[in-house]
Design a protein around this ligand. Sequence first.
Ligand SMILES: NC(=O)c1ccc[n+]([C@@H]2O[C@H](COP(=O)([O-])OP(=O)(O)OC[C@H]3O[C@@H](n4cnc5c(N)ncnc54)[C@H](OP(=O)(O)O)[C@@H]3O)[C@@H](O)[C@H]2O)c1
Length: 247
Amino acid sequence: MNIDTAFITGTSSGLGRGLCETLLEDGCTVFGCSRRPSTLPGLHHASCDLRDHETVPECLATLLEPAERLDLVVLNAGVLGRIELLHRLPLDEAKAVMEVNLWSNKTVMDWLHAWGRPVRQVVMISSGAAVLGNKGWGGYALSKAALNMLAKLYAHEFPDTHICALAPGIIDTAMMDHLCDEADADAFPALQRLRTARGTEAMPTPREAARRILSVLPALREQPSGSFVDIRQLIDPEGYARLYGKR
Ligand SMILES: NC(=O)c1ccc[n+]([C@@H]2O[C@H](COP(=O)([O-])OP(=O)(O)OC[C@H]3O[C@@H](n4cnc5c(N)ncnc54)[C@H](OP(=O)(O)O)[C@@H]3O)[C@@H](O)[C@H]2O)c1
């Protein structure tokens, strides 16, 4: 599919930045937002805190005014929160993760609905954590499970847009720093797999992960709108079976 115009959230680092670089390289017009400024030449960027639900609509209206339609929207902005036993995780911390990973995406989707211009495909960046239920992933896992349902619910309300929630696999970004350097791998065994993978081809760079996501967009559109898909189902069925078989 030809992507001429795209909008990505969370573009200052990691996967969002990788997606912008890759799309710009392909000659696409790219709009992005994040709190920190973006240094990418050619990116139309707005500095915006997606938790600020009052100001986001105005920010999006200004940013996306030149776009007559969007071929691709990637709702990528997200935070990890702390890896901790759920009963020890203060409610405020769990709510803070939900605010970015779930509710900010509702604000953006509602704005796109009111905007009324054509939007061809929306990919909400989810995680295997949404379904794996590994010990310690409480606030993050809850937020991504809810995001999967957000995709399913909005599929009813955007009949002309293909929507999916996509687990992108593990990627070497800032989010991995806490998981690989700080969190307690003895207390939370799921971290061992990440630590073993870091620095190997099992954990791609943001640019590699971005290219992989763009390559599966047509396959995603073959799924019913509102689906949750783990990219490993499509590109590494054996790895997918190993990961999900361990549940
Ligand atoms: N890395 C992985 O292995 C992995 C695996 C599965 C899923 N994911 C998902 O992939 C997505 C990208 O994560 P990443 O790994 O690339 O981490 P990252 O490097 O930390 O990027 C997160 C991005 O989200 C933006 N963001 C966070 N809070 C925001 C807010 N309040 N308003 C606007 N933007 C905000 C950040 O920008 P500012 O801080 O400048 O605002 C940043 O650009 C997330 O949804 C994450 O859950 C990652």
